[in-house]
Design a protein around this ligand. Structure first.
Ligand code: AMP
Length: 510
C-alpha cells in the first residue's frame, strides 16, 4: 500500500470523524479533507503542471494547509520536500536546487520574503497557500487515487539537519513511511479513532512524519493557531482534546515541566509526550514523569531511518522511574519490532555485548539512499546496514544505549570521552538547568572538555562546586577543564544543540 491508497482507506473507514482542527476556524472531517485533497491534487497536476515523481518543496509553518497539501501531493504522485521554514533563503535555494524542485508552497510574509530573495526567485515558483489562487484551486475537479504509484516510490525527500557539514537529501519511500507507522503502533503507542496529535514541533520533521500513523487510524491532527509551541496555548489544547499526544524534543518537554510546575497545572487530556530527536537525560525524564505521570515515551531514529530505530513506551518508562531503573532510563530502549540493530567495530564486525561501537540498523524503515549522491549512499548503507554515525552499546538486557555522534566524541590525551556521560552528571547538580559538553582544541591534550552551563534561574554556582560534583561520579580526566556560563544554548529548529556553534564560541569567552 502507498500513502494515498491508505488515506483513501481512512476516508472510507472514518468519513465523519474529525481529521484536522485549527482553532475555531478549521474543522474538517475525513470526507471534507478528502474533497480538498482531491481538488488540490488535480491543481498540482493540471494547474501547476507537476508530473508524477516531481519534488514539491514545503516552506511553511505548521498550519492545516500543510496537512492537506502533503496528502494532495501524494495523491498527485509527487514527492514532498518539507524543509525547516526557519532556514536562510540561500539554504532553501540550495536544497531546492539539489532536489530539482520547480515549485514551493509557502505562506504570508514568509512567501513574500522568499520571493524577494534572488536565489529563490531565480529557480523557484513560490505558491502562497493563503492566496486567492489556492482558494480557487480548492474548487478544482476531484482527482481520484491513481493506480501507478508504488510503495517503492519516493514519498518524502528529507534534508538532514546539517548540524555539521552540508545537508543531504534522504530518500524516504512510501514503504518506509508505512513501516514507520507499523513500528509506532507496535512499540511506541497504538492509535485509536479520535486520538489527537497536537503539532507543536515542525511538521517538516518528526511531527509531520507522525501525522501518518494518526491519519491511517482515524486520528485528529490538531494545529495550534500560533503555528508552533506556546506553553499557554498548548496547555489549553491539552485540556480541550482527549487522548492528546505530541511529538516533542527534550527541550520542549523541559519547558512544559517548568510551565506546569510554575502554574501548578496538569493537563487533563494529555495521553503521551513522544520524545526524541536529541538526548533525553535521566534527570529530565524523571522530572517529566513526576510532573505528568507515566505519559512519556522515547523514540530514537534519524532521517535515514525516520523515527524508527528503538523506543520505549510510556508504561515502561514510567515503571522504570518508579523502580529507579537507571539502566533503562539511560537507554533509548529496545530495537523496534521490524528493525535489526547491531553495534559494530571499525571493520563492521559486531562487538561483544556491552562494548561500544557504531550503531547500525537494517529493516524496512531504512531509507532508499541519498538523493543524487551514490558515494554518500555507499558509505552509509554498507551491505544493507545503515551506519548511523552514533556511538552506542547494547547491554545484557538488550537495551540500546547511545553515547554520542561519533564526531562529537572528545579525544583527550588519546582517550575517548563521551560528552553525554559528563552532561548526565552535570544535570544532576541542582544549579544546572541545561548543559552541553564539547571538545576544544588543546595544544597539550589534542582536545579538552568544555561545559556550557545554563544555570537555574537566580542561582549561582562556582566552577569548584561543579568540579567536585563531577569528581564524585566520573573519572578525573573526564571532568570539564572549563565551564562557560550562558543564558541559553543554540539549538536548531528541531531542538538539537548546535555543538559546532558552541565550539566556535569558545574563543569568544575570556
Ligand atoms: P536527524 O536525522 O536530524 O533526525 O538526527 C538524528 C540524530 O539525532 C540521531 O542520529 C541521534 O544522534 C540523535 N537522536 C535522535 N533521537 C535520539 C534520542 N532519543 N536520544 C539521543 N539522541 C537521539
Amino acid at each position: 500500500m502507498n500513502l494515498s491508497q491508505l488515506f483513501q482507506r481512512s476516508v472510507q473507514l472514518y468519513p465523519d470523524c474529525t481529521a484536522v482542527i485549527c482553532g475555531n476556524q478549521t474543522r474538517l472531517t475525513y470526507r471534507e479533507l478528502d474533497q480538498r485533497v482531491g481538488a488540490l491534487a488535480h491543481w498540482f497536476r493540471h494547474g501547476l503542471g507537476l508530473q508524477p515523481g516531481e519534488r514539491l518543496l514545503f516552506v511553511l509553518k505548521n498550519c492545516p494547509e500543510y496537512i492537506e497539501s502533503l496528502l494532495a501531493a501524494w495523491r498527485a504522485e509527487l514527492c514532498v520536500v518539507p524543509v525547516n521554514s526557519k532556514l536562510h533563503p540561500n539554504e532553501i535555494a540550495g536544497m531546492a536546487g539539489d532536489a530539482g524542485a520547480r515549485k514551493c508552497l509557502s505562506h504570508g510574509s514568509l512567501a513574500d520574503s522568499l520571493r524577494e530573495h534572488p536565489a529563490i526567485h531565480a529557480q523557484l515558483d513560490v505558491i502562497d497557500t493563503e492566496s486567492e489562487n489556492y482558494l480557487t484551486a480548492l474548487a478544482s475537479p476531484y482527482l481520484p487515487v491513481g493506480g501507478s504509484c508504488n510503495e517503492s516510490d519516493l514519498a518524502w525527500l528529507f534534508f538532514t539537519s546539517g548540524t555539521t557539514g552540508r545537508s543531504k537529501g534522504v530518500m524516504i519511500t512510501h514503504a518506509n513511511m508505512v513501516s514507520l507507522a507499523l513500528n509506532f503502533w507496535a512499540d511506541v503507542q497504538p492509535v485509536a479513532q479520535g486520538d489527537a496529535l497536537i503539532h507543536v514541533a515542525p511538521l517538516s520533521h518528526g511531527s509531520g512524519l507522525y501525522s501518518v500513523p494518526y491519519w491511517i487510524k482515524g486520528g485528529t491532527q490538531v494545529l495550534p493557531e500560533s503555528g508552533g509551541f506556546d506553553e499557554a496555548e498548548l496547555f489549553r489544547l491539552l485540556d480541550t482534546h482527549h487522548r492528546a499526544s505530541l511529538f516533542a524534543a527534550p527541550t520542549i518537554v523541559q519547558r512544559m515541566v517548568r510551565y506546569a510546575n510554575e502554574h501548578d497545572v496538569r493537563p487533563s487530556g494529555l495521553h503521551t509526550l513522544l520524545v526524541g530527536g536529541a538526548p533525553f537525560y535521566i534527570e529530565d525524564i524523571k522530572a517529566a514523569v513526576q510532573c505528568f505521570g507515566p505519559k512519556i515515551a522515547q523514540v530514537y531514529g534519524q532521517g535515514e531511518s525516520p523515527m524508527t530505530i528503538s523506543g520505549i513506551c510510556a508504561e515502561q518508562l514510567g515503571a522504570a522511574v518508579d523502580a529507579g531503573d537507571s539502566q533503562l532510563l539511560g537507554s533509548v530502549g529496545f530495537p523496534m519490532t521490524s528493525m535489526q540493530v547491531s553495534v559494530v567495530d571499525g571493520d563492521g564486525h559486531p562487538v561483544a555485548t556491552g562494548e561500544l561501537g557504531e550503531v547500525t540498523v537494517r529493516g524496512p524503515a531504512v531509507m532508499a539512499g541519498y538523493w543524487n549522491n551514490p558515494q554518500a549512499t555507499a558509505s552509509t548503507i554498507v551491505e544493507g546496514a545503515l551506519r548511523t554515525g552514533d556511538v552506542g552499546l547494547i547491554d545484557e538486557r538488550g537495551l540500546l544505549h547511545l553515547r554520542d555522534r561519533s564526531k562529537d566524541v572528545i579525544i583527550s590525551g588519546g582517550t575517548n570521552i563521551y560528552p553525554r556521560e559528563v552532561e548526565e552528571i552535570l544535570l544532576t547538580h541542582p544549579a544546572v538547568a541545561e548543559v552541553s559538553v564539547v571538545g576544544a582544541q588543546d595544544p597539550e591534550w589534542g582536545e579538552s572538555v568544555v561545559a556550557f552551563i545554563v544555570r537555574q534561574p537566580d542561582v549561582t554556582v562556582e566552577d569548584a562546586d561543579l568540579d567536585a560534583h563531577c569528581l564524585s561520579a566520573i573519572a578525573r580526566f573526564k571532568r570539564p577543564k572549563r565551564y562557560i556560563y550562558v543564558s541559553d544554548l543554540p539549538k536548531n529548529g528541531t531542538g538539537k544543540v548546535l555543538k559546532r556553534e558552541l565550539q566556535k564560541r569558545i574563543g569568544t569567552f575570556a
